[in-house]
Design a protein around this ligand. Sequence first.
Ligand code: HEM
Length: 477
Amino acid sequence: MRLEYRKFYRLASKVPSVPGQLPILGLANRVFLASGEDIFKLMREIFSPIGQSPRKAWLTPAQLLIVVDDIEQLKKVYTIPSCVNRPNLYSAFMAPTGLLSSNGNLWKNHRKLLNPAFNAGVLKSFLPILNKKTQILIKVLDEYSNGNEFDISTFMASFSMDNILSTSLGFHGDSQTDKQSKLLQNFLGGMFVITKKITNFWLQYKPIIMLTKYYELEKQHITNGIHKFVKDFVDEKEKTFDISDISDKPQIFIDQLFKKRSEFNRNEIEDEIGTIVGTGYETSAYSLSLGVVLLALHPKIQEKLYDELKNVFRSANEEVSEDNLPQLTYLDLVVKEILRYWPPVSVIVRYTSDEVEIGDYLIPKETNIIIPIYEIHRNKKFWGDDADEFKPERFEGEKFKNVPAYAYMPFALGPRNCIGLNYATRMIKTTLAYFFRHFRVETDMKLEDISLEFVVVTKIVEGFKVKLTRRNFDGDS
Ligand code: HEM
């Protein structure tokens, strides 16, 4: 055994283990062919705050996972340069030089160049687009507001797709009304394959995936679908982009990318576009879907939100504006609580680029550090005995002051947090501000019967089944 391997296993052996692992195999038998629901349950079991932090699990005999959920240790992992990288697992997204998957100086330089695409001025310029797209969503959903049960996530997927293409690329498709939208089918199919490759990591080896049906799906939806769309889009942009057209406007993502064109090679441009659309679309779609189901399960909170909307808006179709957004203070608490209670990204992984001291242990170089967001958001030590209850009020000023910093992280924290954080929260607020003016939402599902699954983002195994009925916002006094 080479010296560095010996050191790796010696350091790892000192870290306490999570329960339920087999000798040598670790958790391999539990993840092999496991469904998204099995993986969510397994994560709950091994990431639950039992025992001390850090603690270790072996995903396979060669893949060490170090779980961290202590506040001081989290702060360290989020802020030190040797934990800023992501592991190879993220290559499943097939955009190796994009922000989500790249590491080192490439990531650092790109992040610096792209941060301005999400500054306050740019986000303000999105509001008219978000208003317009949300009005289309309301019209589409109106057809379903007859009290019959349906799965709302498909509608949120096409809505989010249109939003992200419009706001980040200036591309105006309409997959909300075009049910045959090829692009949407490719994104849905592409995310399905990516998810499979993350939850069944062996599919990331080409000789293995080639033996499965996922290879054909990958070619159809990703290579010949999403990648082809991005390639054609960039070809066109290369021909038409003129810096003088944008110099006096807030520069959306694609303009920022082309303004700094000389800093990116052609592959990097394509990977950054694929990354922003992929990350933005999937997380937006499921944060909205999870939020709508949570409010269906909590009718009193839904009514309180409706009352606020009645106080702030004069009509059901009044646009969300820079003036009325800050007045939606209860909505702000509701959105924070949605993202705490069912975080759309339930776990993240970092990769050590050096040995790191965490707590009482030295964690070897090239180790996966697991941050179990879902478990941290439900830890009673940080959130109190009612941590498992859905209670927006917990985010009110004084109460929230008792929650330790680094206990709330729906968008991760530190320099490698979500670049779309402010975009996402404004988008969720705008959408819900329309949605709940127009509809009352109910569900026959019971909170205690709902099972979540880990499929890159958090989803509900039973589906996002809701019933809508129309509100009479303009008639209610
Ligand atoms: C509610 C919605 C969203 C949630 C909960 C969310 C959550 C997250 C989290 C937890 C990470 C860190 C992942 C990790 O470290 O493994 C992340 C990264 C990222 N997110 Fe989001 N996200 C959301 C919306 C968006 C949107 C709308 C966009 C794009 C417009 C976006 C783009 C990205 C990108 C590019 C990264 C990688 C950033 C980097 O490494 O520099 N996200 N997101």
